[in-house]
Ligand binder design. Structure first.
Ligand SMILES: Nc1nc2c(c(=O)[nH]1)N[C@H]1C(S)=C(S)[C@@H](COP(=O)(O)O)O[C@H]1N2
Ligand SMILES: [Mo]
Length: 380
């Protein structure tokens, strides 16, 4: 067995021997290839190579924290369920670990992934392409807990609060989802990511997993679930993570977001070309064009154009597939000759949704899923 240097150092780091050297990308134990947006709170995106692997290793997985990562003493941890329920509950980690364990693979993508590319520019984290990853999540069904508490018929939304405390002057992070999604059998309170306990920056000990939905709904370090009639009254629900109900002209300001905009929920179909990289100089021989594609459900096909969109060819989909996972794909391209070539990939999901050919600007910069353009020089 070959032990890569990175894994070897990782093992030493876990033993606390090499910590200073491992402080990379602003957070201990994260791959040095990650692109750091801010060190504290930690915000970092996956490098392009991450799209070459079906399961994203935790060290490569993007991190998005609105507030500093909280420290948790597991014996003190409690999960409270209250609001419009028949029997309010308080559960320990021990209680949760005794409930049936469920596991599934799902993409999680930050709604703002790609924001950097919108024009006119939009303020907020300037994510480029890697605020997304595909992991195996395991935990308990949120529905199992909700059923124990008994959801009253008046309850329409489930609100989540986590242990993270905002920095001075900033709002707390709270979010709600509609009760239908909360009761969906695939919505989890997860305690594992890729077979390991969640790491601190990914929500230890418990996070919400809403498969097929954007990252803002995947509340980390969750300690309180409140059933409500309406959406939670919080900045991150009211004024943020909302998308216009009707398309708006580029550059317009959000107006009355609770009326004219809806929460960002289901992922939109998207594909990324990870090889070759934009600007690559390649010899004149067959080129592997590859990457990943995802949506809020299954991917039906990916097509590749190597002539600026005149012709499209089916890509071969990877064998690894799960209902909410991304799908790897590849296309073997025989360049017609030397020179500058423009490559594109477009995905279609099982519901027939396709990627747009031009960006659809929106005030808060969400759902960037326009067909990506990669240009390469074939030498000769
Ligand atoms: N408590 C809490 N949960 C949170 C956040 C947060 O700031 N606080 N960020 C959310 C956002 S915007 C995203 S995209 C995902 C990112 O999850 P990750 O850091 O595990 O990749 O967590 C979500 N859950
Ligand atoms: Mo996000």
């Amino acid at each position: 067995m070959q032990v890569s240097r990175r894994h070897f150092l990782g093992a030493l780091g876990a033993a606390g021997l090499l910590r200073p050297q491992l402080v990379s990308a602003g957070y201990p134990g994260k791959s040095p290839n990650m692109v750091e947006l801010s060190a504290e709170p930690p915000n970092m995106e996956m490098a392009l190579e991450g799209f070459n692997s079906w399961i994203t290793p935790v060290e490569d997985f993007y991190v998005r924290c609105n507030s500093p990562v909280p420290a948790v003493e597991i014996s003190q941890y409690r999960l409270t369920l209250d609001g419009l329920v028949d029997r309010p509950l308080t559960l320990t980690m021990e209680d949760l670990s005794r409930m049936p364990k469920v596991s599934l693979v799902s993409v999680v993508e930050c709604a703002g992934n790609g924001r950097k590319n919108y024009s006119p520019k939009i303020s907020g984290s300037q994510w480029n392409i890697g605020a997304v990853g595909n992991a195996r999540w395991a935990g308990v069904r949120l529905a199992d807990i909700l059923k124990r508490a008994g959801v009253k018929t008046a309850a329409k939304h489930a609100a989540f609060d986590g242990l993270d405390q905002p920095e001075a002057g900033k709002p707390d992070f709270q979010r709600s989802i509609d009760v239908g999604k909360a009761l969906h059998r695939d919505t989890l309170l997860a305690y594992e990511m890729n077979g390991q306990p969640l790491r601190a920056e990914h929500g230890y000990p418990i996070r919400v997993v809403t498969p097929g939905w954007t990252g803002n709904n995947w509340v980390k370090w969750v300690t309180r679930i409140t059933l409500r009639e309406d959406e939670v009254d919080n900045f991150f629900q009211r004024d943020n993570y909302r998308y216009p109900l009707r398309p708006v002209p580029p550059g317009s300001q959000p107006v009355d977001p609770m009326v004219t905009m809806a929460p960002v929920t289901a992922l939109m179909v998207k594909s990324v070309i990870s090889t070759p990289v934009n600007g690559a100089r390649l010899p004149l021989r067959e080129v592997k064009v590859s990457g990943a594609a995802w949506s809020d459900g299954l991917i039906a096909r990916v097509e590749v154009s190597t002539d600026a969109g005149r012709h499209w060819h089916p890509a071969t989909l990877g064998s690894d597939s799960a209902p909410y996972s991304w799908r790897l794909w590849e296309y073997r391209w025989k360049p017609s000759g030397p020179g500058y070539h423009t490559l594109m990939a477009r995905a279609e999901d099982a519901k027939g949704n396709r990627q747009p050919l031009v960006p659809e600007w929106n005030p808060l910069g969400y759902y960037w899923n326009v067909v990506q353009i990669v240009s390469v020089n074939i030498e000769g």
